[in-house]
Design a protein around this ligand. Structure first.
Ligand SMILES: [Zn+2]
Length: 467
């Protein structure tokens, strides 16, 4: 479908409808992220030194912490939040007394991304702060990387929460509403209390539906989630896929015997079925593979090879509703090798700018092939919502062709997405810039994007652009 549009049929930038002599041309570009955009244009200057390839010293069994820190350091939006010092604004806004964890975390990220040498950095200042926040991390015992991630994100969130005064808890009842609306209401209720950059990135919403086997009454509960802990599907022997694990996680469960819940309609304890679906997918999806029998007291470890995709993990079948963005790309993995008794954590991360994979083994950082990323050591997977579904709009202004040539511009668009050029041209045709004030232009564009949500689906774009 994509290839059907030949390059000769692509409209030239000097399209009808565009004013010939307007001062400034606005190109609206749907791209993965501003930094990706810039890295593309300025790649030639920067290609020599790749930033962010700095190891973390092991302070004594702290590989679990280093592994997670490197995964977070390669979480582009979070990294930029720290690098651009945007966290300061949130910290200052809130007049908080406790800001040290976020400050130390940001300082560490800044050091990792700005240090010129390749010498490993010591995370000891950061460790002091995480210990203060979560005393369980005092000392030098081996800890669980996923638990550490939970504590860390929770700690960071609390310090940069935009909500300073949480509203009084009034138990509003949304049960009379349709599910979709109930989910939305529950989500905005959540945001009234918990709203931060960390929530923007990591938190999704899970829907659990409980259906009474007697009367068929279905009650729904919506809960925020910071990650999904997936049971490892067992299939005789050999490998299983991540989709198998997702299907097992969302499989309909029967609650019977002692587990019988009380049915709202029957007003009695009934056998029920329970099922999870994802109501809202987060931008960053953290998937935890339950390799350990129990989080606290580990008695056994499953070293099953879980086959997971590096690109295009399509989770739409697990969504509560239709028409959701749920295609993800992998960018980091926290690995655990060894047994429950003694083990070691490392991280495999895709550097945001060159897009290459690296192994972070405490103080050592080494390049690796993307074909090595999948292993039976994979423990916590970090996925990012695929750019073409993310719909992040970035506006790029320049005086006509002074900064880059039209062909270069076109190449950029095509590189980002084969249909991107057509989307942009269609937008420009629909809304000639003229002297429209910027704000109303942006408003129009957002409306247009909302209206043409389906344009991101490849076929729709091509049929539209062939006008
Ligand atoms: Zn019932």
């Amino acid at each position: 479908m994509l290839q059907e549009v030949s390059s000769s049929s692509r409209p030239n930038l000097a399209v009808p409808g565009m004013c010939g002599d307007f001062y400034c041309t606005i190109y609206c570009i749907l791209i993965p992220s501003p930094s990706f955009f810039f890295s593309f244009f300025f790649k030639t200057q920067n290609s020599k030194s790749v930033q962010g390839l700095v190891g973390l010293r092991n302070l004594g069994n702290t590989c679990f912490m280093n592994s997670i820190l490197q995964c977070l350091s390669n979480t582009e939006s979070l990294r930029d939040y720290c690098l651009h010092k945007s966290h300061r604004r949130d910290l200052n806004n809130n007049n908080r007394t406790n800001t040290a964890l976020m400050e130390e975390f940001a300082k560490l990220i800044q050091t990792l991304w700005t240090s010129s040498g390749s010498e490993a950095v010591s995370p000891s200042e950061f460790k002091t702060q995480i210990q203060r926040y979560a005393p369980r991390f005092v000392g030098y015992n081996q800890q669980d990387a996923q638990e550490f991630l939970r504590f860390l994100l929770d700690g960071l969130h609390n310090e940069v929460n935009r909500v300073t005064v949480r509203p009084r808890g009034n138990m509003e009842d949304f049960d009379h509403l349709p599910d979709e609306e109930k989910g939305r209401k529950m989500w905005s209720k959540y945001l009234e209390r918990e709203d931060s950059k960390i929530v923007d990135l990591f938190v999704g919403q899970l829907k659990s539906s409980l259906t009474c086997c007697e009367c068929g009454y279905c009650s729904t509960v919506f809960d925020p989630f910071w990650d999904l802990s997936l049971p490892i599907a067992k299939k005789g022997y050999g490998e299983v896929s991540l989709m198998d694990c997702m299907r097992l996680f969302t499989k309909e469960d029967v609650l019977d015997g002692d587990e019988k819940p009380t049915c709202y309609r029957c007003k009695a304890r009934r056998r029920c079925t329970k099922k999870f679906t994802v109501q809202k997918f987060p931008k960053i999806l953290v998937l935890h593979l339950k390799r350990f029998s129990e989080a606290r007291v580990r008695t056994s470890k499953l070293s099953t090879f879980v086959n997971f995709p590096l690109k295009d993990l399509d989770l739409r079948e697990f969504a509560s509703g239709s028409s959701v963005d749920a295609v993800y790309n992998l960018y980091a993995v926290s690995n655990h090798s060894g047994t429950t008794m003694g083990g070691h954590y490392t991280a495999y991360c895709r550097n945001p700018s060159p897009g290459e994979w690296y192994t972070f083994n405490d103080s050592r950082v080494t390049p690796m092939s993307s074909s090595q990323v999948r292993s039976s050591d994979a423990y916590v997977l970090f996925y990012e919502l695929s750019p073409q579904y993310k719909g992040l709009v970035f506006f790029y202004f320049f005086k006509s062709s002074s900064l880059l040539s039209k062909n270069r511009f076109k190449d950029c668009c095509l590189l980002l997405h084969p249909c991107m050029y057509h989307i942009i041209i269609t937008i420009i045709i629909q809304f000639p810039v003229h002297a429209t004030p910027l704000t109303s232009y942006l408003h129009l564009l957002f409306e247009w994007l909302k209206m043409h949500r389906l344009c991101f689906a490849k076929s729709a774009v091509c049929s539209q652009s062939s006008m």
